[in-house]
Design a protein around this ligand. Structure first.
Ligand SMILES: [Zn+2]
Length: 126
């Protein structure tokens, strides 16, 4: 599936890799989806909430208490995380519980964060 791209310099040796790269590098919308995920997580507070919710389901008040923050501040961060599909919520009576969405993407983000932070997760099976 050649994209018929001509490069200024002809020093690629692997035609298969070149064609693969050319076929995908223009899928700007796909890259935007990944960019949006990183944008949602491009804030230490959101990362802390996301990481916390990888391990437990919690209400806003408990998340706020664990993070020494106000409930409105936590809600402010939960909204975009939920809108992006990274976390989900469940209502039970008057209480709303949040947790990380169950997906391959969130599992990888969880593992990636703990690798970068050198945290040996004692909760999740590897
Ligand atoms: Zn973990």
């Amino acid at each position: 599936m050649s994209q018929e791209k001509q490069l200024p310099h002809d020093h690629h040796e692997n035609e298969l890799a070149f064609n693969f790269l050319c076929a995908n590098i223009d899928h700007i919308e796909d890259f935007r989806i990944v960019s949006d995920i990183f944008k949602q997580l491009g804030d230490p507070t959101r990362l802390r909430i996301f990481w916390l919710l990888c391990h437990c389901e919690e209400c806003v008040q408990n998340i706020a208490a664990m993070m020494n923050m106000s409930s409105p501040a936590i809600s402010h961060h939960l909204r975009p995380l939920k809108a992006s599909g990274l976390i989900t919520s469940r209502r039970e009576g008057k209480e709303v519980y949040y947790r990380t969405a169950d997906s391959q993407q969130t599992k990888l983000l969880h593992i990636m964060m703990e690798q970068v932070m050198k945290i040996n997760c004692q909760i999740c099976p590897k």
